[in-house]
Design a protein around this ligand. Structure first.
Ligand SMILES: *Cc1c(COP(=O)(O)O)cnc(C)c1O
Length: 228
């Protein structure tokens, strides 16, 4: 199947999921996860209507960024970010989904200041309490957000998760709803934050994520095919 057909199919499914739960389909944005995908295939995706790319690696993005400089596309960082790569991240990305420590946030703030930018970020939560995964614990999230909201060159826009993997999306649903509930609790307890964005849902489970409130779905395989 060509990328245009795949993309139309996914957009239809996003639309249907939103309508099913009485949400405005425009309230869900599609992030095309393009890790390992070549610049040429990304160009085809942009021509087919993709306007947000999600990348996991700084060096890989730097390699592709110039080739795609003329294309009207927004770059989001969704991988684990090392503090020593923060200076590149603020130059490349409109939204960083994966901030999970004050140390990283402070470095991003410092680097954003240097390029005179307010860097938009999401806070990544380790929603399944998995030792192997990045993300801040649920219990420490409010305090992290309070601390980050003092940093003048960062703007916290919402929360992100990479939940445990199940082939059955219904098994992931409790993690999606847990993130929405966490967001609502933080809104009640921390003043002056607006965590509008919920970044959750992959190729396998994005429809369930939308039913639970996702505003950014991160889809790779279903758009570009299996990664090698
Ligand atoms: C690779 C990746 C995705 C996309 O996963 P697919 O199953 O290919 O849709 C989404 N989010 C993150 C953080 C990823 O690393």
């Amino acid at each position: 199947m060509d990328i245009g057909k795949r993309l139309k199919d996914i957009k239809d499914r996003i639309n249907d999921s939103a309508v099913r739960c009485c949400r405005d389909p425009k309230s869900v944005r599609l992030v095309a996860v393009s890790k390992t995908v070549s610049a040429d295939r990304i160009k085809a995706a942009i021509d087919a209507g993709i306007d947000i790319l999600g990348e996991n690696y700084i060096q890989e993005t730097r390699n592709k960024f110039n080739a795609l400089a003329a294309y009207p596309v927004s770059w989001h960082f969704i991988g684990h970010l090392q503090t020593n790569k923060a200076k590149y991240a603020v130059r490349l990305f409109d939204l960083i989904h994966s901030v999970d420590s004050l140390k990283l946030a402070r470095e991003l703030d410092k680097q954003a200041k240097k390029v005179n930018k307010i860097q938009e970020i999401l806070i990544q939560i380790n929603i399944g309490n998995e030792p192997s995964k990045s993300g801040i614990d649920i219990e420490n999230t409010s305090n992290l957000i309070k601390d980050i909201s003092c940093l003048q060159h960062l703007s916290v826009k919402g929360l992100m998760i990479m939940p445990p993997y199940f082939t059955d999306p219904e098994k992931v649903r409790p993690y999606f709803s847990a993130l929405r509930n966490l967001r609502n609790r933080i809104h009640q307890t921390v003043s002056g934050v607006d965590l509008h964005e919920l970044s959750m849902g992959l190729s396998n489970d994005f429809e369930t994520a939308i039913e639970e409130g996702a505003t950014l779905v991160r889809i790779g395989t279903a758009i570009f095919g299996e990664r090698k």
